[in-house]
Write a protein that binds this ligand. Structure first.
Ligand code: ATP
Length: 591
């Protein structure tokens, strides 16, 4: 098949912004394409060689492309760069230079799609020493035989700037029309796409086997399934009504969604956008091998940064360090993660997506070995909005974003955003700017590196009116090894066998103290909490206020008596004065 057919189609597509016209041009192109080649034509049309999840990029730098244009045409680089500056697009620059090429009488062979694809594939797979030269030769060999128009699209493709604006769903429409003469067959194709994330494979199957082949598409290990997404409603009441009371509320953790494919010893991880992110998380791979009790599984989990010594969840920004700052090995140590499983799609050859949610959850519970690094996400089966609101408060103060409330009977709807999963996020945030001086009233035994020491402390604010200390957070973050060594000695004189009479706490600490030692803490926010007693009933009945993501600053305030600690009244004032409505857009950032 001649590459000029593709180039002509691209030109027509570029000339319109109307989706229907783009679809028509694609239909025409697909009809002219041999079934053996259709997958490649589909990938090329989206500026790719393979489905995204394989992560193969052509990735040629502009500089090298310019060099190759010079190599193929004999033009000096400076003049090519000048043209590029003038036209502002590398493809158009290539077209112009090739047009002006003095026609040496060398034999020119018309370019075929097969040759273009194969050469681009070799360029993508060439690496290591000498690869630049090899790529240069490969690109210029194509440009040598290219017409100006073909050069425009070849060069745009190799530098990753084809950008025809052909959406996945437009391709599916065009395939349905080209091969079945009926756009209404698109949902069938869409289903196959949601299960396989591979438009090329769908095109080829359709071209060769028709709709019967498409109906046989199943989810399979190694191919990411397009994720099921959540709708949003404002209140627990509305959600319970929408789901007719058949609901399970789950913690909505604030981490990275990972689709885990375990095929015995081979583990592959895909992101929310279906990129292969296996190499970001060697530790997750180990956890999956260790904690999933089945050979072949596709499951979904939220990966969250944690403080391993205390089990506290850390803010989303901590996880992002895994992407940026350090080498993977270092990042793994500095920013450890936990996995919270929330769904299972496939088990040992069986597609589970058609099973109702509650059955999938039961299966998940059976095959996950739970420990301090791996868990099944915390959930509450309830049709009582009040109870769900309490669970929501607890989720927020535990460091979550809110809840995802799920229809118990829903199948796994790959690629769909529907009301089978409904997110409930908080509407208000009360940011905390000042530090707080709080009293240590209890402690919890440490684990891991903190075994044998205190792992976290229960802190309280002073309630002047009642002359009691009411708990406001549990803090385990911000302590150095040295701090952890010295705190048992500092607190020893105040250790008692039971909760002190002036301490009001719903939590049961492992060790209790006479309120005496005051430490300085910072936190991201003040939030409503069903667990803590500070300002209980002041904002909501039976709930208090708590610190979200608290952290010890390193200062013990020996200069303050416990009654000088930050008062409950001050905390209430801070909560009210900083309370702001959360902008919806800011909350829905995709990672
Ligand atoms: P999108 O819905 O497009 O993913 P988003 O990234 O803003 O947008 P939200 O819509 O806010 O995400 O919520 C859905 C995301 O919540 C999931 O993709 C997943 O990463 C995360 N999540 C956390 N906990 C759960 C849970 N228990 N069940 C399902 N998803 C969860």
């Amino acid at each position: 098949m001649l590459y000029s057919i593709i180039a002509d189609t691209y030109e027509k597509i570029e000339e319109t912004t109307k989706r229907l016209e783009i679809t028509d041009h694609l239909v025409e192109l697909f009809k002219k394409t041999d079934p053996n080649l259709i997958d490649k034509v589909v990938y090329l049309t989206q500026g790719k060689l393979y489905p995204d999840y394989l992560g193969v990029e052509i990735g040629v730098a502009e500089k090298l492309a310019i060099k190759a244009i010079g190599f193929a045409t004999g033009r000096d680089l400076e003049s090519i760069e000048k043209i590029y500056k003038k036209v502002g697009d590398i493809g158009l620059a290539a077209q112009e230079v090739i047009k002006e090429r003095k026609q040496t009488t060398l034999f020119k062979e018309p370019l075929t799609v097969e040759r273009v694809y194969e050469t681009l594939d070799r360029i993508a797979k060439t690496s290591g020493p000498g690869s630049i030269d090899a790529k240069l030769k490969l690109i210029s060999s194509l440009l040598n035989d290219a017409t100006p128009k073909e050069a425009r699209y070849i060069v745009r493709t190799i530098v990753g700037e084809l950008r025809l604006g052909v959406a996945d769903y437009t391709v599916l429409d065009a395939l349905a029309i080209a091969y079945t003469y009926d756009k209404n067959n698109r949902p069938l194709l869409e289903r196959a796409y949601n299960l396989s994330s591979d438009l090329g494979a769908i095109a080829k199957t359709l071209a060769k086997e028709g709709l019967n082949g498409i109906r046989k598409f199943r989810i399979s290990l190694g191919k990411p399934v397009r994720p099921m997404l959540a709708e949003r409603l404002e209140t627990a009441q509305e959600i319970v009504e929408k789901l007719k009371g058949r609901c399970v509320a789950e913690y909505k953790l604030d981490g990275e969604r990972i689709q885990i494919h375990k095929d015995k010893k081979i583990v592959t991880l895909f992101s929310r956008r279906l990129e292969n992110i296996t190499h970001h998380y060697p530790d997750v791979i180990e956890l999956v091998k260790r904690n999933i009790k089945a050979d072949r599984v596709i499951a979904e989990a939220e990966c969250v940064a944690v403080n391993l010594d205390t089990g506290e969840l850390l803010p989303f920004q901590e996880l992002m360090h895994r992407r940026r700052k350090y080498e993977i090995e270092e990042a793994m140590k500095a920013y450890p993660v936990s996995l919270f499983f929330f769904d299972i799609l496939y088990l040992n050859g069986e597609d589970l997506t058609q099973k109702p949610y509650y059955e999938r959850r039961e299966i998940l519970e059976k095959i996950i070995i739970k420990d301090d690094r791996v868990r099944v996400v915390q959930s509450l089966k309830s049709n009582d909005p009040k109870e769900i609101e309490k669970f929501m408060e607890q989720a927020i103060s535990d460091g979550c974003e809110g809840l995802v409330i799920k229809d118990m009977d829903s199948t796994y709807r790959a690629g769909a955003r529907e009301f089978s999963w409904i997110k409930l996020k908080r509407e208000y945030r009360s940011e905390l700017k000042d530090t707080l001086d709080l009293v240590i009233v209890g402690a919890f035994h440490g684990r891991g590196r903190r075994a044998g020491k205190y792992g976290a402390f229960l802190l309280a604010a002073y309630d002047k009116d009642a002359d009691v200390f009411r708990t406001v957070c549990k803090v385990g973050t911000g302590f150095t090894d040295e701090d952890l060594e010295k705190f048992p000695d500092i607190l020893a004189p105040y250790k008692i066998s039971h909760r002190h009479g002036r301490v009001d706490s719903k939590l049961e600490a492992d060790v209790w103290f006479i309120p005496q030692i005051v430490i300085e803490t910072i936190a991201a926010e003040i939030t409503i909490s069903p667990v803590h007693t500070c300002c209980i009933d002041a904002i909501r009945k039976d709930s208090g206020l708590a610190l979200r993501f608290p952290k010890y600053t390193g200062k013990i305030r020996y200069d303050k008596s416990p009654e000088d600690a930050t008062s409950a009244e001050e905390i209430l004032k801070m909560y009210k004065s900083q309370l702001k409505k959360i902008e919806k857009e800011a909350e829905s950032e995709v990672i």
